[in-house]
Design a binder for this molecule. Structure first.
Ligand code: ADE
Length: 352
């Protein structure tokens, strides 16, 4: 499997750490990476940029220097400290998690991923970050930025929007985390994603991983990470017209692109028409005079991204003399032999 080629992580740690050691941003949660400071900073950094976080981080740590002060802080004061950072549930979760640390873990922020994951507001990335950055455990800390770097490195074609991809990448990365420096390795992954392997216009000429990077070799940095957007499923109401004479049935061809491209269909329009609107349509578009109209049974057809909820009319007309573009008056006897009409219309063809 192309994308599962984990050999591509060979050589990653030495090259990355050499680059990190040659210079990186000095950040307050890096210079003194206690579990509490790493935790608070990672929560703040979830939705806020590094430069914006710095003053909030300093103020927060000054006001609430440990889990006990955080667990006991009044909500008003907590909200005031968080004011301007937004996403206030982050602050509420911090306090709830601090209460749990005090109650369940005797005031010690856990080191294991498993225990960290039991704390409110801590997901896989944050658990990995605390475990690796503060406790030097060999735990992957893979956020969206790290996922981007790793996707480019291996030209990984898996969808990064699929949560399974992240879980798989975490496990694939784990054996490559260096035993002696898990924390620095994790921080260096974040650093390279932030300053070199940026989402737009990555600075490949400055990248220490250039020689290992499959996306770079392919000249396809911009194609990774792969995001497969799911088209939301929608429902459309349609009116289908079964326009028949003694010998023929009105059909028309669908456009060459899109849903049911190029196939033949019964005339149909979006929305539900009244009988008057349906007869007016036949007069206007087909230049035919309806003789009789009756409602057919409704029908439903489910396509991949759309469902048609169809109502129909059977409309009797006199024998047409010529086709009226785009409609073709097909011989009812030879219809199925000559024209491919999709199953979506099957229920209405029964009304012939
Ligand atoms: N963004 C998220 N975590 C970070 C960290 N530890 N350092 C810098 N930026 C980050």
């Amino acid at each position: 499997m192309e994308n599962g080629n984990i050999d591509r992580f060979d050589g990653l740690a030495p090259a990355l750490l050499a680059w990190y050691d040659a210079g990186h941003r000095e950040l307050p949660w890096r210079t003194e990476p206690t579990p509490y400071r790493v935790w608070i900073s990672e929560i703040m950094l979830q939705q806020t940029r590094v430069e914006a976080v710095k003053p909030y981080f300093a103020r927060f740590i000054d006001a609430l220097p440990d889990v006990y002060t955080l667990a006991n802080v009044e909500n008003e004061r907590l909200m005031k400290l968080w004011e301007g950072l937004g996403y206030y549930s982050r602050a509420r979760n911090l306090k709830a998690a601090a209460e749990r640390v005090v109650r369940v873990f005797a005031g010690a922020i856990p080191a294991s991923r498993e225990d960290l994951l039991t704390l409110p507001g801590i997901g896989s990335y944050t658990a990995g970050a605390i475990s690796a950055f503060a406790y030097n455990e060999r735990e992957p800390a893979v956020d969206g930025n790290v996922l981007r770097v790793l996707a480019r490195l291996r030209a990984d074609d898996r969808d990064v929007l699929d949560p399974h991809t992240k879980t798989a990448v975490e496990e694939e990365l784990r054996p490559y985390i260096p035993e002696d420096r898990p924390g620095d390795f994790g921080q260096a992954m974040i650093e390279i994603g932030a300053v070199v392997c940026t989402p737009k216009s990555p600075r490949c000429s400055e990248c220490p991983l250039r020689g290992l990077c499959r996306a770079h070799a392919l000249g396809a940095e911009g194609s990774y990470p792969v995001r497969i957007k799911k088209t939301p499923h929608r429902t459309e109401e349609r009116t289908v017209l079964v326009v028949v004479s003694d010998r023929s049935l009105a059909i028309c061809r669908r456009p060459d692109a899109g849903l049911l491209a190029g196939l033949w269909e019964l005339p149909n329009v979006e929305g539900y028409l009244s009988p008057d609107e349906a007869t007016a349509y036949v007069r206007r578009e087909m230049h035919l005079e309806p003789l009789r109209i009756e409602e057919t049974s409704p029908a439903k057809h489910v396509f991949t991204h759309i469902t048609w909820e169809m109502r129909g009319y059977r409309i009797r007309v006199a024998e047409p003399e010529t086709d009226v573009s785009p409609f073709v008056f097909a011989d009812r006897g030879t219809l199925s032999r000559r024209y491919a009409i999709p199953t979506a219309f099957a229920a209405f063809l029964k009304a012939l």
